[in-house]
Design a protein around this ligand. Structure first.
Ligand code: AMP
Length: 206
């Protein structure tokens, strides 16, 4: 496989603090950690040692990668803050945690997860739309987990509340390396806010 695009050095990954009900989710998290590390990329994530988060981070570290965790004081205990991180940044609030997770990323991957994962995904997508960051967002899927989310995104576009151009900031695939590769070229040099904001287009206009 060709290498990951060179303009991507740090990848923030959002995923569940639970392992999910299918061992394939755990395998996907491990595969993602390994792919990131083996491509020489730094993993940035929520810093937890449990669920898919823990699997992801341990796999990246075991594969020789650099791992940075961002966690709050409160969640250090709740999510068993992973001491194997090269850097574990402890911040006071969840808002600051998300700020750091977004600020440090050249690309985002989202793996299956719960409400926290969805929240992080949407804040990141909205951040892309309003020009807070230029990074692409990839959904790494297994078994159609993200199909309902994609249906929801499409529905917002077809109902005239979001623009197709904004929708296209999100790609999906089942192989983490393939998803990262699809992010290539999506790091726009100058992202035109007006092309993505809903009020600057009519419905599904691009
Ligand atoms: P979940 O998908 O619900 O297992 O959550 C995944 C990660 O998102 C966990 O590390 C949660 O602590 C984190 N999370 C949940 N809610 C928030 C929030 N409001 N801000 C930042 N992180 C959050």
């Amino acid at each position: 496989m060709p290498p990951i695009p060179s303009d991507i050095a740090r990848v923030t990954v959002y995923c569940g603090s639970a392992p999910g009900d299918d061992p394939a989710f755990v395998r996907l998290a491990r595969e993602t950690g390994e792919a990131i590390a083996k491509d020489g990329l730094e993993l940035v994530y929520g810093g937890g040692g449990i669920g898919l988060m823990g699997e992801l981070a341990r796999s990246a570290k075991a594969s020789g990668g650099r791992v940075t965790g961002i966690i709050t004081e409160q969640f250090l205990k709740l999510e068993q803050g992973w001491t194997g991180c090269d850097e574990l940044v402890v911040v006071p609030t969840m808002a600051q945690r998300k700020n750091e997770l977004i600020a440090r990323a050249d690309a985002f991957l989202v793996l299956p997860g719960g409400f926290g994962t969805y929240e992080e995904f949407f804040e990141t997508l909205v951040g892309r739309v309003i020009g807070r960051h230029p990074a692409p967002i990839g959904l790494v899927d297994h078994g159609g987990f993200f199909q309902p989310l994609e249906t929801l995104l499409d529905h917002a576009v077809s109902s005239g509340f979001a623009r197709a151009a904004a929708r296209h900031c999100v790609v999906r695939g089942t192989c983490p390396r393939e998803v990262l590769r699809r992010c290539e070229g999506m790091l726009v040099a100058s992202h035109e806010i007006q092309a993505l904001l809903p009020m600057h287009g009519r419905g599904g206009g691009t």
